[in-house]
Design a protein around this ligand. Structure first.
Ligand code: ACO
Length: 278
């Protein structure tokens, strides 16, 4: 997983962000990333995901919250379908050209997908809380991007679709694990293998949305959640997210031990703050 410690010093330039179809605003503890290719319903390319990974590496250390949204009334129509043509998109490598030409080995293809996955993996970092603010369609890679975030807040016009199997593909941008973790394997099979739309109300019922609000109230609802997240202690928030992330794979005994270990650090920090006051 991407770590802040190997950070390049600089965030992507405006020009790099523009070519990737992204906008970025960092203000204090909050970074807001907007997928911005409205004329393509915010479809994303390899460049989008490499630039997302770059942002993750280069965020200032005091950023605690990342909010991801789409320009206008669509989150994202998923991968730019031109990525599957031999020509690719706008100077961006095609997903299939190397295979068609016989120059890509299986390992080359895996390496390429691994590179793209980096744009999604960093959103799980325990020192950040990542929030997807979703209006309209979140299809394929767009759904997987929302699934990569810790919290999904939906406008009531939001619709999730895992379109990949309908296109002859598997979802490969790190979305299958959170989907199964949230809805269970049987519902995940049904959602993916029918490639049907999951509308906002059902997403709320399934646990795919933490909150659903009228679409025009989405920015305000996101701001309220961000304010509440910022009100907690940053180190405790990081330690708690790390604990919660391991809970599902730990036995009760392992999790209890992890809680004890994490609390030692927290109590030491509290004691040293008390000591400094005396
Ligand atoms: N890639 C490239 N261009 C796209 C994409 C996409 N994924 N989605 C939309 N566009 C383009 C359309 O081609 C159209 O371009 P044009 O104006 O030059 O004709 C423009 O965006 C607007 O799209 P419409 O289809 O006219 O918009 P509408 O609101 O009717 O429908 C919807 C929106 C539902 C998102 C539809 O465009 C769609 O189904 N897109 C394809 C979704 C898809 O299959 N994504 C890939 C999933 S798999 C994965 O992500 C790995």
């Amino acid at each position: 997983m991407a770590q802040a410690s190997n950070a390049p010093a600089e965030l992507p330039t405006e020009e790099e962000l523009g070519r990737a179809g992204l906008k970025l605003a960092v203000e204090g503890h909050v970074a807001r990333i907007t997928i911005s290719r409205p004329e393509r319903r915010n479809a994303m390319t390899g460049r989008t995901w490499r630039t997302l990974a770059h942002i993750g590496h280069a965020l200032p250390e005091d950023v605690r919250i990342v909010v991801l949204s789409g320009e206008g009334d669509t989150f994202s129509a998923g991968i730019d379908l031109q990525m599957f043509t031999p020509e690719g998109v706008d100077g961006e490598k095609s997903m299939v050209a190397g295979i068609l030409e016989g120059t890509s080995t299986d390992q080359d293809v895996e390496d390429y997908v691994e590179e793209l996955q980096q744009g999604f993996l960093w959103l799980r970092r325990p020192d950040l809380v990542t929030v997807a603010a979703v209006r309209g369609h979140a299809i394929g890679a767009g759904f997987q991007l929302a699934l990569s975030c810790d919290i999904r807040i939906l406008g009531d016009d939001a619709k999730f679709t895992m379109k990949e199997p309908a296109l002859g593909l598997v979802p490969d941008l790190t979305g299958t694990k959170p989907l199964v973790d949230i809805v269970g394997v049987h519902r995940a099979i049904e959602i993916c293998l029918t490639a049907r739309r999951v509308e906002a109300a059902e997403a709320r019922e399934l646990g795919l949305a933490e909150l659903v609000v009228p679409a025009d109230e989405l920015p305000g609802a996101v701001d309220d959640v961000v304010a509440a997240l910022l009100a907690t202690n940053p180190e405790a928030a990081t330690a708690t997210k790390a604990l919660l992330q391991q809970a599902a794979r730990n036995t009760l005994e392992e999790q209890a031990a992890a809680e004890r270990r994490a609390q030692v650090g927290r109590l030491r920090a509290l004691a040293s703050a008390l000591g400094a006051q005396q």
